[in-house]
Design a protein around this ligand. Structure first.
Ligand code: GDP
Length: 441
């Protein structure tokens, strides 16, 4: 077992309850020194009520002991449930340090859970998504990974590959033996099934990852077309938090709204048109960048002013992009002969709900099917791509090269799949072959 680590597991600040968690050797001994109660015998998984002693004061709370290996980390664990608040939780934490625990590093409890085989790597990633997720979709996608759904899917594929490898290896090692030989057509078909399944998973990545991470929407149009008003109307509709997040990937998010559980990050861009003004030029350049990297561009045309040469200039810049044309100010005039996708009024709210659904549909976000398997993490996507390429090569080489050479690609595919769960050692393949085909007679 590892050394004893300790940390506050709940968010810092004033709250009803705070939880201080310990894991590793000596956790129970620390609990015994700090926690006082009548008849407390630290029976595992039993929540005791009593006094939690800190250096200078005590709190009245609860304590529970999780006995290894039946705990989150797989080690002995203890939790103190004290009153929430910075002073109390810090005092409890410090007392655990005084009694021998050391501060846990980021994610160390979960890392131990992984190292002790309690969770796969993809499950840990799901947990991170769940904790950091701000939208319903992020939480749901995280839960999918956390509960090992993808892992189970990958595991099955690895088992199938292992089985195929075992069959081939038996033929290679014991060609004279009276065991069935690997039929090349059978091997090829079995590999094709795995390959097709992997390709199917890969094909979910684009839509599902977008649904999870959120979609970037750029509003563009000439000055006074009503971009800011549309933004405000959308945000008000959803009572969204105006985030103003500055970051490397998000630039300046003007606000986020949730449509069908998916986060849409809206960018209000400066009017793009030819300009000689230095400051305006910088604004226009930034707008163009936001527009080019957006998943969907919303081109706002002013119904009152009509479609003019400035609109034409803007349209020319976005024709190659994924865009929709919105005619705003329909309350003033909706008789403009413009080819638009929707007529709305930011002022009266007319067609705003329809507009939101149009944004959703045109953003190419797919509704994630939680009954099937899907991929949202880039790391999993690339591992699957590599596995798929190896399998493709294996399939193409069957009948061309000897089967023992083909196994190199199959083993590579197995290895790449193992990256998803975190289990990458080829030793397991070898072990499995011997376990299944006990031909050592
Ligand atoms: P932006 O420069 O494109 O961001 O445009 P604004 O949102 O600042 O709007 C410019 C002007 O048009 C303001 O006076 C708004 O009140 C007005 N406006 C925006 N949307 C509408 C609308 O749907 N109907 C009417 N009648 N006026 C609007």
């Amino acid at each position: 077992m590892n050394d004893c680590i300790s940390a506050i597991s709940t968010a810092k600040g004033a709250a009803g309850v705070a939880i201080i968690r310990l894991s590793g050797e000596g956790s129970l001994e620390i609990a015994k020194k700090m926690f006082k109660s009548k008849n407390v015998d630290f029976e595992p998984y039993k929540l005791y009520v009593g006094k939690i002693d800190c250096e200078n004061f005590s709190d009245f709370g609860m304590c529970v002991y999780f006995k290894a290996p039946k705990s989150y980390t797989g080690e002995d664990m203890v939790e103190f449930h004290c009153h929430g608040g910075v002073a109390i939780s810090n005092a409890v934490l410090k007392q655990t340090f005084r009694l021998g625990a050391r501060p846990a590093t980021n994610g160390e409890f979960t890392k131990r859970a992984f190292l002790n085989g309690k969770l796969s790597l993809s499950s840990c990633e799901g947990l991170i998504d769940m904790i950091n997720g701000e939208t319903e979709m992020e939480a749901k996608c995280g839960f999918y990974l956390y509960r090992e759904r993808l892992f189970n899917n990958i595991n099955q594929k690895q088992a199938e590959l292992t089985n195929i490898l075992a069959q081939i290896d038996v033929d290679i090692d014991y060609p004279e033996d009276d065991v069935p030989t690997a039929d090349e057509t059978v091997v090829k078909n079995r590999l094709l099934n795995v390959y097709n399944d992997i390709e199917k998973l890969i094909s979910t990545y684009f839509g599902a990852s977008k649904a999870k991470k959120g979609v970037k929407i750029a509003l563009c149009g000439k000055p006074n077309a009503g971009k800011s008003s549309i933004l405000n109307t959308l945000l008000r509709c959803d009572k969204a938090i105006v985030t103003d997040i500055e970051g490397t990937t998000r630039d300046i998010v003007e606000g986020s709204i949730e449509i069908n559980g998916v986060s849409f990050n809206l960018f209000d861009t400066a009017g793009i048109r030819e300009s000689l003004d230095k400051v305006e030029k910088i604004g226009i350049e930034r707008s163009l960048k936001a527009i080019e990297t957006a998943d969907l561009v919303v081109f706002v045309v002013d119904a009152e002013k009509g479609f003019d040469k400035y609109d034409r200039e803007i349209l020319n810049k976005i024709t190659s992009l994924n865009y929709i044309t919105v005619l705003n100010k329909s309350d003033v005039c909706d008789d403009v002969r413009i080819d638009c996708d929707i007529k709305i009024s930011a002022k009266t709210g007319e067609n705003i709900e329809e507009f939101k659904q149009l944004i959703f549909n045109k953003s190419k976000v797919e509704k994630v099917n939680f009954d099937a398997d899907f991929v949202t993490e880039e790391r999993h996507f690339y591992a699957l791509k590599d596995a798929s390429n190896s399998l493709k090569s294996a399939i193409e080489n069957i009948g061309v090269l000897p089967l023992d050479i083909v196994t190199v690609d199959i083993k590579d595919a197995w290895h790449y799949l193992g990256l998803i769960s975190g289990q990458t050692s080829d030793q397991a393949v070898i072990d499995e072959i011997f376990a299944k085909f006990c031909v050592g007679k």
